[in-house]
Write a protein that binds this ligand. Structure first.
Ligand SMILES: C[S@@+](CC[C@H](N)C(=O)[O-])C[C@H]1O[C@@H](n2cnc3c(N)ncnc32)[C@H](O)[C@@H]1O
Length: 280
């Protein structure tokens, strides 16, 4: 058996005495594993999809724990993008070259990157995590001038002009907030949306019989990588996993928004999408 393996290796090295495999690295080589996974170049290899770089493992982990493979990052982002498109189309919400879009909690552009090939006016995004918004600016804004990103503080305000956005969406963000922060952001998000514009949110949805208070917040401890913004300013020390009823969200928004449609399990077969239209 050993003789067979040796022979096969010799054959692969074309009969020469050289080692059969060679590692080619065009960038800095990281001997430390944690340094390597934080690196955007993965030992000199830049992963790309449709001509756009893929962020480092640590950044991918920050937006989607336990699905950090580059393929999952692209696929799940694409599926969320498709779910957003579907609910908009099915409810006659037009997306075109004059439409201003905003993503709250944009992360490292897992969904935003799929808007690069869309007919839209502009795409703005914010997140509390500066590493992620900087990456989006460095990669997505450089690729396309319609895209811009900034860091927001943990609590409102959101530095966006009033009535300037047609569609504001936020995926898997309320799902990580305590009640006070979630309620504050729901009120704040209404301000930049134009009258007649739309708000699209994803929630971990529970029924009213399971969740009579309308909201349930659980502490969630992610061991792998630290989110630098936790414990800074108004941000709590730990991360959360939050479930809501759709009625709870609709009630908070009721002064400014009318509920248009909901799609249960639209995001990763887990989260519901809720679409609202701004009335005033
Ligand atoms: C699960 S990730 C989702 C990111 C992105 N929406 C996506 O689907 O890829 C949650 C994101 O919410 C952001 N986030 C959490 N609290 C926030 C806050 N108060 N303001 C803005 N972003 C926040 C986190 O930094 C993180 O990028």
């Amino acid at each position: 058996m050993i003789r067979f393996v040796k022979k096969a290796l010799r054959a692969l090295s074309f009969g020469s005495k050289r080692k059969p495999f060679k590692v080619i690295s065009s960038g800095p080589h990281h001997s430390d594993f944690s340094e390597m996974i934080a690196s955007e170049t993965h030992n000199g290899v830049i992963l790309m999809h449709e001509g756009v770089a893929i962020p480092s493992i640590i950044m991918r982990d920050k937006v989607r724990k336990s699905a950090v493979m580059a393929e999952d990052f692209i696929l799940e982002g694409q599926q969320a993008f498709q779910a957003i498109q579907d609910i908009l189309v099915q409810n006659n919400v037009r997306v075109g070259h004059d439409i201003e879009i905003f993503e709250f909690g944009v992360g490292c552009g897992r969904i935003a990157r799929h808007f690069l090939r869309s007919q839209i006016g502009s795409f703005r995004g914010s997140d509390v995590d500066e590493q992620l918004t900087s990456w989006c600016s460095d990669v997505l804004s450089k690729k396309d001038a319609r895209f811009s990103f900034f860091k927001n503080e943990y609590l409102p305000p959101l530095a966006v002009q009033e009535s300037s956005i047609d569609i504001l969406f936020s995926i898997s963000v309320l799902t990580h907030m305590q009640k006070a922060a979630q309620d504050a952001w729901l009120r704040e998000m209404s301000k930049p949306i134009k009258p007649g514009g739309h708000l699209l949110l994803s929630i971990i949805e529970d029924g009213e019989d399971q969740l009579p208070t309308g909201i349930q917040v659980r502490e969630r401890i992610d061991e792998e990588y630290k989110r630098e913004w936790l414990g800074v300013g108004d941000a709590p020390e730990t991360y959360f996993s939050t479930a809501n009823t759709s009625r709870y969200i609709t009630d908070i928004l009721k002064d400014n928004f009318q509920f248009v449609a909901g799609r249960s399990k639209a995001i990763r077969g887990r989260q519901s999408l809720l679409l609202f239209k701004k009335t005033i």
